[in-house]
Design a protein around this ligand. Sequence first.
Ligand SMILES: C[S@@+](CC[C@H](N)C(=O)[O-])C[C@H]1O[C@@H](n2cnc3c(N)ncnc32)[C@H](O)[C@@H]1O
Length: 872
Amino acid sequence: MGKTQKKTGKGRLDKYYKLAKEQGYRARSAFKLIQLNKKYSFLESARCCIDLCAAPGGWLQVASKYMPVNSVIVGVDLVPIKPIPRVVTFAADITTTNCRNLLRGELKDWKADVVLHDGAPNVGTAWIQDAYGQSELVLMSLKLAVEFLMKGGTFVTKVFRSADYNNLIWVFNQLFGKVEATKPPSSRNVSAEIFVVCRDFLAPKYIDPKFLDPKHVFKDLAASIPAGDDKPAVSHNAQANVFQPEKKRRARDGYEDGDYTLFKTIPASDYIKGTDPVAILGSYNKIAFNTEEEKEWLSLDVTTTDVKANCEDLKVLGKGDFKALIRWRLALREELGLDLKTKPADEATETVEITEEVDEEQAIQDELERLNTENAARRKRERRKANEVRQRTIQRMQLKMTAPMDIGLELHDEALAHGQDDVFDLRDTEKGMSKKGGVSKLIGENGMVDGESDDEDGSDEGSEEDEELLDSEEERERKTRDLEAEMDGLYDAYQSRLREKDAKFKVKEARRNLKSREEWGGIQEDNDDSGDDSEEEEEGGYDKMHQHLDEDSSSDESDVEMDHAELPPTKKRRMDSSGRSLVVGLNEPKPTGSQAAKVWFSQDLFAGVDEDLEDDDESDVEEDEEDEEDEDPDVDYEGTEEDDEDVDEDDFEIVPQELEDDADMWDVSNENEDEAKQAYIKKYGLLTPEALTIAQQLVNREKTKTELVNEGFNRYSLNAKDGLPSWFLEDEQHHYKANLPVTKEAVAALRARQRALDARPIKKVAEAKARKKYKAAQKLDKAMKKAEGVNETSDMTEREKAQAIEKLMRRGASKGKEKKEVKLVVAKGAHKGIKGRPKGVKGRYAMVDSRMKKEVRAKKRKEKASKKRKRA
Ligand SMILES: C[S@@+](CC[C@H](N)C(=O)[O-])C[C@H]1O[C@@H](n2cnc3c(N)ncnc32)[C@H](O)[C@@H]1O
């Protein structure tokens, strides 16, 4: 209270909340005072008003608006109130003498016409405590009111309809001529608050202090306990029938009339001998055994310990307990002879008994229904849990946190949890999985889990049969194969789902391929750079390469019988280095096809590389070159003239983004693979630090070509992949790579090169500049022609001609229309709200404010959004 509350609750932002916002009231409660004043008109004639518990100040605003000008308005609250014109406020606790003194100091000898009180203790504990706190606060405000009100004055207070309500009203009536309780329309129905308007203050000379003492005012609570045989205590109470709780009506507006106590006890004799036991059970908290007779009942057999316990706290009982109490009552009545004697005459009792029988049947029915519902709910819960576990496992697999095999394991673990198995055995897992239709069955079409699929009862059936089958080794192998096939299927399904789900998948895939292509990788395992989803292409390039080599070998009759060691050197290298075969390229003449490559290779670093290499490895290379020449006789590393021209023309060639020319560069089925690689290097130069490092090492004679080739035989080059599942291969791709050396110099050289490229203007900018230049020249040309025309005319004097020519030339040389500068003046500070030209501002100007800025921005945002929508 007092502080700004976040109005997020249902219905909090209602009509009055909005109205208050619109009309500038600080609280929606302002409308309560407006409506009260409309009904009783106490503000218009008031000259002095005190608002107790006034923060944030809604009522003060109303008072200031409705009271005559120059009236005195004082507001008090625990929390400070933001200033309101014509209103004096201070922070104080209205229950303290300090507050009283402050008020006295403010009002001097004046008396108030109106004292308002809309206080509410800072709630949050139990309703009962809140209600009592509120009543106490009301009494405290009344204490101040009687001190400061003038005779005939009005006291308006908020009261909660609680146990103390009547007592408060009684006190008000002692002090005021007219007391009326009312609930203004703006007060929410769900709120137990009510407003009491006490008019015509009697201003008695002596006021009994007990009237203002909470201890006295609220002490007599038990007085209103309804009781008695003849008059069913709470028959008016709709909660009375404990057997039909659905008919309960919550007393949202507070307590029922005449029902103000909280804990009610009824003597056992009233319950046994009374006529409305059901109503009693619904209304009282406890059945007490106080008299001798009642205590004797406690020792009877019919009064079981359950009955005794039930009597202690009726509010916690269920239907069964109530029935037990009703049965106990009947039994006791029979034992006491009450029923026999009264039965013929007492129709009411009979009615109760009939009701009970009906109720009992109904209760059994209800109980059955309840059990059924509970059972169904429990089953549903279990099913959902099982589904969640499976869903989680699949998700984990999708996130690569687990291999598909784990699904089987997890299910198996579940089985373990049920005590069905002791030891983990892969065979069992297989069995379990195949029985469940394999892993793939776990996933529905959309990756959803089939909730009904786990039939645990059926797990034992046929287990012996399976055991026999599995005994045969062949069968086991077959099953394993099936299982693996299923795993692969599952993995494929996962991949395609991923593709469907992730719109960027293809792009990512392509980028990955591109990246790996850019690496000094040579032959890549995955050549699926087009993003084609075909399964064949998902197999790694490695396999393809094998295939390709096999094909090659088979096509060449002389090589048919060759194993890897016997392959021609180029092929051997291509395969052995498995990604580092570009070493061959460095052996070739310096590529000069691309501008970038030219620039690069023109660096001092590469001076004489060719000769060096030739000198170094003459014996090795000679042989290789011969082979290569045999194989690729058409390869021309010098590049054609055409190429050169193309390249020279294009000043803006930077790092290429599109590689469609080389789409099949790494395609192992491509006969001219090396050629393609060379062309690539020729065009783009050496792009990675690894490549540069190797180049440097060669140049600096740190390594010979033979060494490099030999290094190509590493653990990465012989990674047999036969029979490995595709998901494993894909995972391996990330880690199973040779870590090529990179030198600082190589990185620095690449950086320098990139900087040089970055320094060049981009094509568009250069084009725009050229266009501008061209237009300016055209304009000048035109102006000169015109000037010539002017010069030749005979109608003008020399002076006029000179002026006209000067003007024309000035225009011709000007750089287009120059925008006139508009000075922006922010409408704040000294410039706020001024009309006309602001002081000290010369030339064109425009007044702007922050709102304008926001509006312009919002407009732009909207336009952008609508453009986007149109495009979509
Ligand atoms: C419902 S708000 C009053 C709203 C106010 N009538 C208006 O229109 O803005 C109740 C206020 O009672 C104040 N309050 C509660 N106990 C108080 C006390 N003992 N002394 C002074 N103010 C108190 C709270 O701080 C709170 O601001």
